[in-house]
Design a protein around this ligand. Structure first.
Ligand code: NAI
Length: 263
């Protein structure tokens, strides 16, 4: 983490909850918040099966099973954190799924599947984050996507769900401000990031087969489209900024982390 070497730990004493923490952006964010001194709870569907789990072994008590679509899971996860730590300062909601299908071929069931994880999940994260932080306040970051800013062809459900995430962050920020609640809510919206998310899409699996590895498949996409993919850590650093005191006057923004793709 060369950018942060030698800096003071910015999150000492803070308590954080990261969803989607078993993989990709969530795993990188949980690792970075932890390095910065936060007691970091890592939540995901099935924490113990995770490929990135090796780095979790030091603090298994802070792993939480959480399906972001289920209100009862949120009740349990936030109650666990509050019982153990007495506070929640930071919530980073990374859990999400990719989906691609032409609009005319997208079934209602598929539409609802995408909305349930990407939009209902973000709603429940925001609702339970605000409630758990309460009058003490805190910072929430929802992970959206550039697809919610500029729609991706062939991914209407995904793009619409992510546009909703950006609006949700702004709506929540405005409401907290008007209620005098010191909870900041922002969104980070990445462009393409090198994570296992892409493996859900058949065209990417074909590229992996053709080029021999995920990394080579990302390189082929960069060479073809001209847009550079981010490493998960590059997105995690933007999230760190928004949850830290360096951003204590920043709320209601959707920050693209996209190498200028949406300019
Ligand atoms: P990833 O697939 O590496 O990680 C997503 C994690 O979310 C997985 O560990 C998965 O188990 C978890 N998850 C999925 N459904 C869940 C549920 N119902 N409850 C709890 N956890 C659940 O993907 P990545 O790339 O790290 O994605 C993180 C976020 O970033 C997602 O919201 C995604 O839409 C967004 N994003 C990713 C981009 C990319 O190119 N990878 C680009 C733009 C946005």
């Amino acid at each position: 983490m060369p950018y942060l070497t030698g800096m003071n730990r910015t999150l000492d004493g803070r308590v954080a909850l990261v969803t989607g923490a078993a993989s990709g952006i969530g795993a990188a964010t949980a690792e970075l918040l932890s390095q910065q001194g936060a007691t970091t709870y890592r939540a995901d569907l099935a924490v113990s099966g995770s490929a990135d789990r090796a780095s979790w072994q030091t603090a298994p008590d802070t792993e939480l099973q959480l399906d972001v679509r289920e209100e009862t899971d949120w009740d349990r996860a936030t109650a666990t954190v509050l019982e153990r730590e007495g506070r929640l300062d930071i919530l980073v909601h990374c859990a999400g799924i990719a989906a691609a299908s032409p609009l005319a071929d997208t079934s209602l069931a598929e539409w609802r599947r995408v909305m349930a994880t990407n939009l209902d999940g973000a709603f429940l994260a925001t609702r339970h984050g605000i409630r758990a932080m309460g009058a003490a306040g805190g910072a929430i970051v929802l992970v959206g996507s550039v697809s919610g800013i500029q729609p991706s062809a062939g991914a209407a459900a995904y793009s619409t769900s992510k546009a909703g995430v950006g609006m949700l962050a702004r709506a929540a920020a405005k409401e907290c401000r008007e209620l005098g609640l010191p909870v900041r809510v922002n969104a980070v919206s990445p462009g393409g990031v090198k994570t296992p998310l892409w493996e859900a899409m058949p065209f990417f699996r074909d590229l992996v087969e053709k080029h021999g590895s995920s990394r080579a498949a990302f390189e082929a996409m960069e060479a073809h489209g001209g847009d550079r993919f981010a490493e998960p850590e590059q997105v995690a650093r933007a999230i760190l900024f928004l949850v830290s005191d360096a951003a204590d006057h920043v709320t209601g923004v959707e920050l693209p982390v996209d190498d200028g793709y949406t300019v």
